[in-house]
Design a protein around this ligand. Sequence first.
Ligand SMILES: NC(=O)c1ccc[n+]([C@@H]2O[C@H](COP(=O)([O-])OP(=O)(O)OC[C@H]3O[C@@H](n4cnc5c(N)ncnc54)[C@H](O)[C@@H]3O)[C@@H](O)[C@H]2O)c1
Length: 268
Amino acid sequence: MDSFDGRVAVVTGGGSGIGRALVEAMARQGAKVVVADIDERAANEVAAGVTAGGGRAVGVATDVSDLKQVEALAERAYAAFGAVHVLCNNAGVSVWGGLEAMTHRDWQWVLGVNLWGVIHGLEAFLPRMIAGREPGHIVNTASMAGLIATQGLGVYNTSKYAVVGLSETLAKDLRPYNIGVTVLCPMGVATRIRQSARNRPEHLKNDREPVSEPVQLIGRTLVPDAVAGMVLAAIRANRLYVITHEEGLEPLRRRFERLERAVSDARS
Ligand SMILES: NC(=O)c1ccc[n+]([C@@H]2O[C@H](COP(=O)([O-])OP(=O)(O)OC[C@H]3O[C@@H](n4cnc5c(N)ncnc54)[C@H](O)[C@@H]3O)[C@@H](O)[C@H]2O)c1
């Protein structure tokens, strides 16, 4: 896709942080945007901001972990704007703590949003995007935690590794349809991810409060607008990976070296 002007974009988790920055960046480039978020007020506020600036946007309350709600989101998007060209499966949440301490509800909540949310996005939108026969793009927000396993982030790492694998395959599968795929892998970004629990559904809350604190991540903390700029450039250039932090290169290299060593170790 070489232009956003007049195109239609859907952004999940569009009410805050990276999602919000994606909404605003694409709207500035002339896209009509559907802002989906479990936090209805945040979604509507972001959409209203776009409209106030002369753009076109609608907010839609959506819990991406629920297929029916994502299907309803697709209905709303097509009813409002007649097409969808860019789908950003971006909504995400995190829990912190050792895997030995994670509860079943922790797994259900984080995988429900971070992995099933992406799958539901594909299920609800992809058939119509393909049938529309127009150039399109899917952006899945993973994380550097989808490429490097940070201790204390095991549930989150699991969800994000899955999103990376899904995206790498999707890029191959969608090549014949002129639909590009980008997987976004940031390290620290100044958002409200550390307050993810604010939107944790009642039935998936733990009986006891967690004892662990968010882990300290290495590297710089970028502003969401900078990340959105990188994503828009990647959509234009049809690049699969957006790796926002060069600080990630060294840990990535070390991981690859460990894999390389494992190949020779297995033969020694
Ligand atoms: N901030 C970082 O440092 C960082 C780093 C790597 C990856 N990410 C990823 O970026 C994405 C965006 O997160 P962010 O950092 O902007 O955090 P954020 O908390 O500021 O924004 C996340 C948004 O997702 C929404 N959301 C939560 N559960 C939802 C659900 N079930 N359905 C729909 N919306 C839901 C929240 O209401 C919120 O508006 C996530 O996938 C996150 O894992 C963030």
